[in-house]
Design a protein around this ligand. Structure first.
Ligand code: SF4
Length: 380
């Protein structure tokens, strides 16, 4: 029995949900996994990761962003211009990539100045260095420290060390549960599909973490008890690259005699491998440390490709992977460069690789499916 229509997993298929409508917390919208969610939680907020699930056109957004901007970002803008993100009480942006970073100004100049939109939504920006160094860490910690002060001022709250420690513990528990569930993907007979894993990860970013943890506990029990999926004759795939925020792509792969065993995606494994060291004397510094030194990093971090490659090699070995799908959203330069390197490196190790470009919402699915099927047939 597939769990794709489980009430929690189904939250991944739409933007609004009952937790947004029913919460008395301030909703903090953020674009990138380098935003310190634990800090927002400690401020009493409900962090919600902005996405564009099921958006099918970018006509409105294209007026403000050129078409060679990533279609994920343009899709989120289209939804914001349609009022889908009017529930936000704060916007948190960092310089993860130039495309999403632009949203800091565009929300201010366009989205929050739309006719009829009269809410004051504070915006916050943090700069994250592109290289890993001791000086870079000090810079990033200062950014996070200043962000804490700005949040306290904007929302008239005090964030204590105790609040931070309790939030760190909640988030560590969340990552622990996700890792336990994701381990069940790696078995000879995986207990969940790649589509279910993606839904889990997206839903997890769309509800308050105390609720998410209860749901993950419930689902962990269900997945453990469940029979392994019938994967006879299916190729075991590792999926890597640009953000995937809807199940269209994973379904297309898994309807083609393949099962996605693992991933290196930002709605996925990339963000859950490290915990905050909650024994550190300074809990805010502990948050900054996890983010800054995160392994695997996002390709926006320079000189760190080797750690990302090592992570992929480990996943290939642990998950008995037959082939790797490297995908990027058109014009995503960060993943485009990393994927090009991975393609050469993995081919040198005789690991089958298919590297392709796509749009966030793929209109031409048949052609892509044919290309993926041809790749799967080539794997011996
Ligand atoms: S997919 Fe690439 S370009 Fe688009 S938001 Fe992510 S990193 Fe930026």
């Amino acid at each position: 029995m597939r769990l794709e229509s489980d009430p929690f997993l189904s939250l991944a298929n739409k933007i609004p949900n009952q937790h947004i409508e029913g919460t008395d917390k301030k909703i903090a919208g953020y674009y990138c996994t380098y935003i310190p969610e634990e800090l927002l939680e400690a401020a009493g907020m409900f962090p919600y990761r902005i996405r564009a699930t099921d958006n099918t056109d970018t006509d409105k957004a294209d007026t403000y962003m050129v078409r060679f901007t990533c279609s994920f970002v343009r899709s989120t803008l289209n939804l914001a211009l349609d009022g889908e993100y009017d529930f936000l009480d704060g916007l948190f942006i960092c310089n993860s990539c130039d495309h999403s970073r632009r949203m800091f100004e565009i929300y201010d100049m366009v989205v929050f100045k739309r006719d009829g939109f009269n809410k004051l939504v504070p915006r916050f920006y943090i700069a994250l260095p592109h290289i890993i160094s001791e000086e870079g860490f000090q810079w990033f910690y200062e950014e996070i420290r200043e962000l804490k002060e700005k949040i306290e001022k904007a929302y008239d709250v005090e964030i204590t060390d105790e609040d931070l420690r309790s939030s760190n513990a909640l988030y560590n528990q969340n990552r622990h549960l996700l890792r336990k569930i994701f381990d069940l993907r790696m078995l000879d007979s995986p207990k969940l599909s790649g589509t279910e894993a993606l839904q889990l990860s997206i839903a997890n970013s769309s509800v308050p973490k105390d609720i998410a943890n209860q749901e993950l506990e419930r689902l962990l029990k269900i997945f453990k008890k469940r029979e392994g999926l019938d994967t006879q004759g299916k190729k075991r795939i590792l999926l890597i690259g640009s953000v995937v925020d809807n199940i269209q792509l994973t379904k297309l792969v898994e309807e083609s005699d393949a099962i996605i065993i693992s991933d290196n995606l930002c709605f996925g494994k990339k963000t859950i491998m490290d915990d905050v060291d909650n024994t550190m004397a300074n809990p805010l510094k502990a948050i900054a440390k996890r983010l800054y030194f995160r392994n695997p990093s996002c390709p926006r971090t320079m000189d760190d490709h080797d750690r990302r490659l090592n992570f992929i090699k480990q996943e290939i070995q642990k998950g008995a992977i037959d082939g790797v799908l490297l995908q990027r959203i058109n014009n995503c330069d960060l993943h485009g460069c990393d994927n090009m390197l991975f393609e050469h490196e993995l081919k040198n190790l005789n690991i089958p690789v298919f590297n392709f470009d796509r749009e966030n919402f793929q209109a031409d699915t048949t052609r892509l499916q044919t290309r993926i099927e041809a790749f799967l047939e080539m794997i011996s």
